[in-house]
Design a protein around this ligand. Structure first.
Ligand code: MG
Length: 259
């Protein structure tokens, strides 16, 4: 990984947008700070489309797309989100209503099984806003042991579910998109950018294991200094500051290079 100073003017000027993670990238321990929030306005003024790509619930994405200076928010690690076309807010789901209901029933059955067999698992406090997945709190308000996480992951995978791990949550889902495929799908549908071009035209900034698909998929990839886990393909650049201050640092670099 290189310092952000190694990012060239050419590369920054080719960008059409920035995809960004929320927890521990823009948010500091779940809080939105002044510096990170201001950075979004500066990035937008620099002509970049801004798209949040988070493991947080669809209900959060609706609020973020409605209130923040962003183009869209993709939630639950890829399959669902909201965008604002300037007039109204639109929800997009990667499957139709019947298939969504079928997957919801499978998920309810799996979560029932996990809670019976591994009673130490604690649901995340944002599960009510979720549509495509269910999350357990492993490092937000409760600390889950690695053994407990491993047992839950094994049981979920045996039932045919996919699992994702962020800095705070362990997710189970019957959807097969991840942050990268979900973002590429959105960029094709809404902005008519084909996936090959999108990988060059959109940068990504994140901090953890559930960001690995985006670190692998996009060309301009940045980690904030608190990067955790070992993504198989790591980000190319890293900030000096952690979390929201790291995000603001990356924003300043992008804005300066495009200025
Ligand atoms: Mg994160």
């Amino acid at each position: 990984m290189k310092p952000l100073a190694a990012l060239t003017r050419d590369e920054a000027n080719q960008l059409r947008g920035l995809l960004f993670d929320l927890d521990d990238t823009v948010l500091d321990g779940g809080r939105l700070g002044e510096e990170a929030y201001s950075a979004l306005f500066r990035l937008r003024e620099a002509g970049l489309l801004l798209i949040a790509v988070t493991g947080r619930p669809a209900s959060w994405a609706e609020l973020i797309a409605r209130q923040w200076p962003v183009d869209a928010a993709i939630a639950e690690n890829g399959p669902i989100g909201w965008f604002d076309d300037g007039e109204r807010l639109t929800r997009f789901d990667s499957v139709d209503v019947d298939e969504r209901n079928r997957r919801a029933a499978l998920l309810a059955e799996l979560i029932g099984d996990l809670r019976r067999t591994l009673p130490a698992l604690v649901p995340a406090d944002d599960v009510n806003g979720r549509v495509t997945d269910f999350a357990f709190d492993i490092n937000e308000h409760h600390r889950a042991s690695e053994e407990l996480v491993a047992a839950a992951v094994a049981r979920g995978r045996a039932a045919g579910a996919a699992t994702f791990r962020s800095s705070v949550h362990l997710h189970f889902t019957f959807d097969r998109l991840d942050k990268a495929t979900g973002a590429l799908r959105y960029l094709r549908l809404r902005h008519h950018v084909d996936p090959t071009a999108a990988r060059r035209l959109f940068a990504f900034i994140g901090d953890s294991e559930n960001d690995a698909p985006c670190f692998a998929a996009f060309r301009t990839t940045i980690a904030v200094a608190n990067l955790r886990g070992r993504p198989p393909i790591g980000p190319r650049f890293i900030t000096e500051a952690p979390q929201g201050r790291g995000f603001a640092e990356a924003a300043r670099a992008l804005v300066a290079l495009r200025g």
